[in-house]
Design a protein. Structure first.
Lengths: 645, 185
């Protein structure tokens, strides 16, 4: 009997149209839990480092989290894992809603897609019956429109659909996979498009079992109330956006506009939001309602997620209401509201600098908002210069040339980053941005506060109630004074804790908004101290805090190794050039040295044989030694890597 | 004679404006009614379903009522606050016209028992888990007239059966005796 997981994956070879239901090894759950963790293991086993992202050999894996479908509240985030053409590295994103739990009830933990379909198809999973269906009639259709069409043709509103739009079909690097009120981004949508899969529709009516029913029910009932009381994401529930408009940079991640936010702006923003807001919506079995249905005049009704709320408006220097208008269009095309605004603002800068001309952009409008709409049409069709822009800032800059490369100032490992322009180097944020494999700070930060509370008494109160924190962090937080940096030792530990909490969330399918991301506000309902009980009661695994930490470390190391095998080294671990005004190269080097040492990686950022073997990843150390990525001597830097340094 | 306790009607009140579509009601209902209790989840076995069509902002939690052998002849469409609902959106029947409220394994109809199953709960668990308060629980006094009519019907059936078995005369004798005993007290 398998608990929490179904014990089966769905393997689909799109080239041949072969579909198989394959039993999984229970040991994988013990070692990696599920979700991102077990997906990474499959990518290691089956995708060679030479594999081109746009090739039949690349896999696109949709994973449910270990806790999806159990009564454990708020476990809704499905993981999509592959290798991205944009970064040529491991790529990973998450989406919530209802899709993952539905897949569990259909009897599968994962869908593993390989090959490429000869024509556009959608996958229809109805319990044991799985079909590849012609999707030519859906070609070019929007993400939500596609979901509506599929539900209608299957004549069942309970079908859950994840779909790409025109952007994904045309392999636009910023394309997303959209499902209801949530979407996966960061380089997974274009691989779905490359595989010619328009959508995956799921319907499941099977039981899912848990190991310790009564005990689990008991803690879940209490947890449900705790999550509710701690509250939903403030991003959808507040009208004050001062923090975001102040902190994040406008335009092409260029400048902060402190003081932009005024009572008049807040009043106007509130009025427009209330006029377009239809309803707050939640995800499966979660008491929070962090999403909202938006009906903007003249646009299709859509759902918004917290982050995308302001990104287009700020990138275009427009009135914030522009964001609703733009997002309605961009989301239907299946564009990620994180990277896309930056690409659009980048193109506007190139035009103003004379690098892109009226020849490239005939009839280019004067208004920055109209320019964004204009550019989006070109990008999703890969029309003209849109073909280069569709590859994201890094590649577009190099394809366009004529000095455009100089404008690429906000990417790390070829991927657009949060638009930040800050002053003093922040030690943990330097480490997280430079080394994070989830490629976006919001997916790495969260457990440790971003700033110390100035008043020491209040800081003490915070620490006293801080049940999520292991003891050592309480000490570091108490010692941390405003406008100073935590010690290097603390910074390394903070980075480790922050990221490992996300590695746990993303293997069990928990939403970071009730877990990893909320720790900094003392509002995480799940944390390292209570997670073991939930996971153990649901799955039957025998877990405690140490064992769980070890699994998270194993998953983190495995993913580092996936990228190391594709060439990632210390030289790549750097943040965007002008994220911070003041850079301190010798401190940064020291931070990396100490972080690597702490992680059990050698000085070139490759996990050592000793560390790999300790985590039970002997097959990786053997592979690394065979490939010359590690030498046989423990901890020694790679021959190849050393030569490059 | 003891004071007759008024019969309570159990009501789940549904506020469609408050529902955010999380479907926690479905999860917990299916868990509670699993065998053994809480050992599995399966929204399809839930006796409450959220009928929703988010694009049109339709969110209606419906809990399962009686099984019906035949579907209605014709359906109504209701427009409430500019939103159009199909009549079935509010219907609680396990009905041949749709596959809601049918056990996916056996096909047998599902019916809400207000969580009075063993051990009986203070309130249905769907209500307990609905912190958005789209579902609330009330016990209200049975409507008096309705109760009288129902009781009269029941008595007639019961007495009819006794008369059939023992004869009219014998039943009348017993009733007369009971009447005397009552007067003595």
């Amino acid at each position: 009997m398998r608990y929490a997981e179904t014990g089966y994956n769905l393997e689909i070879d799109l080239s041949r149209g072969n579909i198989e239901r394959v039993a999984t090894d229970p040991r994988d759950m013990e070692l990696h839990l599920g979700g991102q963790g077990t997906a990474a293991k499959i990518l290691w086993d089956r995708v060679s480092p030479e594999t081109e992202p746009f090739s039949e050999e690349n896999l696109l894996i949709f994973s449910t989290g270990l806790l999806h479908g159990t009564p454990v509240p708020s476990a809704t985030r499905s993981s999509v894992d592959t290798f991205s053409a944009q970064t040529n590295m491991y790529s990973h994103s998450l989406f919530g809603g209802f899709w993952g739990p539905e897949l569990k009830h259909a009897g599968y933990d994962k869908i593993i897609l390989r090959g490429k379909s000869p024509k556009l198809v959608y996958i229809w999973i109805n319990n044991d019956k799985v079909e590849l269906r012609d999707a030519s009639h859906l070609s070019g259709k929007g993400t939500m429109e596609t979901a509506e069409c599929i539900k209608e043709e299957l004549n069942d509103p309970r079908v859950q659909v994840a779909a790409i739009g025109l952007a994904g079909e045309n392999r636009v690097y910023m394309s997303s996979i959209e499902h209801y009120n949530s979407s996966a981004s960061r380089g997974v949508g274009h691989i779905m498009g490359d595989k010619r899969v328009k959508a995956i529709a799921v319907r499941g009516t099977k039981d899912l079992y848990v190991a310790k029913p009564a005990e689990l029910y008991d803690i879940c009932t209490r947890q449900y109330k705790i999550i509710y009381d701690k509250g939903s994401s403030v991003l959808t529930h507040t009208h004050s956006e001062r923090w975001h408009t102040d902190v994040f940079a406008w335009g092409f991640a260029r400048e902060r506009r402190k003081g932009y936010w005024t009572p008049e702006i807040e009043e106007a923003w509130k009025a427009v939001t209330e006029s377009v807001h239809v309803r707050f919506t939640g995800c499966y079995n979660c008491p929070n309602d962090c999403h909202a249905t938006i009906s903007y005049p003249g646009r299709r009704t859509f759902y918004y997620k917290c982050y995308g709320k302001l990104t287009y408006a700020m990138a275009a220097y427009k009135d914030l209401s522009f964001n609703y208008d733009m997002q309605a269009v961009a989301q239907e095309y299946g564009l990620d509201s994180f990277s896309t605004p930056q690409v659009l603002a980048f193109a506007v800068e190139l035009y103003e600098a004379g690098i892109l001309t009226d020849k490239d952009l005939p009839g280019f409008p004067k208004d920055s908002g109209e320019r964004f709409f204009y550019l989006v049409e070109k990008i999703v069709r890969r029309d003209g210069v849109g073909d280069a822009l569709a590859n994201g800032v890094y590649w577009a800059a190099r394809q366009i040339g004529k000095g455009a490369e100089e404008f690429d100032h906000n990417t790390t490992k070829k991927l657009e980053q949060v638009p930040l322009k800050l002053g003093a180097l922040n030690y943990p944020y330097f480490l997280m941005t430079a080394t994070g494999a989830k490629m976006n700070i919001t997916q790495t930060e969260g457990s440790f506060p971003q700033n110390p509370i100035p008043d020491k008494e209040k800081r003490k109160e915070f620490v006293d109630k801080w049940e999520a924190a292991p003891e050592r962090f309480k000490k570091w937080y108490m010692e941390w004074e405003p406008r100073t940096q935590p010690s290097i030792e603390a910074a390394v530990n903070i980075t480790d804790w922050n990221e490992l909490m996300h590695y746990i969330d993303d293997s069990v399918g928990m939403c970071a908004f009730v877990s990893a991301f909320k720790g900094q506000f003392n509002k995480s309902s799940y944390h390292i101290n209570n997670y073991p009980e939930f996971i153990s009661l649901a799955s039957g695994l025998d877990l405690d805090t140490d064992k769980l930490w070890e699994i998270a470390s194993r998953n983190r190391t495995l993913i580092r190794a996936l990228n190391n095998r594709r060439g990632l080294r210390r030289k790549d671990d750097k943040p965007p050039e002008d994220h911070w005004k003041q850079r301190i190269p010798e401190v940064e080097a020291q931070l990396l040295d100490e972080y690597y040492k702490f992680k059990g990686w050698n000085e070139d950022g490759v996990p050592t044989k000793e560390k790999l073997d300790e985590l039970g990843l002997n097959y990786i150390s053997e592979d690394f030694i065979a490939r010359g990525i590690l030498t046989d001597g423990e901890g020694a830097p790679a021959k190849k890597a050393s030569a490059k340094k | 004679m003891a004071v007759e306790e008024k019969k309570k009607k159990k009501v789940i009140k549904v506020d469609v404006d408050k529902c955010n579509g999380c479907r926690a009601c479905e999860t917990i209902c299916s868990a509670f009614h699993a065998e053994p209790k809480y050992s599995s989840t399966n929204p399809e076995k839930s006796k409450i379903r959220v009928l929703f069509d988010p694009i049109r902002d339709v969110y209606v939690p419906v809990y399962a009522g009686e099984y019906t052998e035949a579907e209605c002849n014709g359906r109504g469409e209701y427009t409430i606050d500019e939103k159009t609902y199909d009549e079935c959106a509010f219907c609680r029947a396990s009905c041949p016209a749709r596959d809601y409220f049918k056990d996916p394994d056996s096909g047998l109809p599902l019916k809400c028992d207000m969580c009075l199953d063993d051990p009986p709960q203070d309130e249905p668990l769907c209500v307990k888990w609905c912190l958005a308060d789209a579902l609330t629980y009330e016990e209200v006094d049975e409507d008096g007239d309705e109760e009288k009519e129902e009781t009269a019907d029941e008595m007639e059936t019961g007495l009819g059966a006794l008369i059939k078995k023992h004869g009219f005369k014998r039943v009348m004798e017993i009733l007369a005796k009971m009447n005397e005993e009552k007067a003595d007290k």
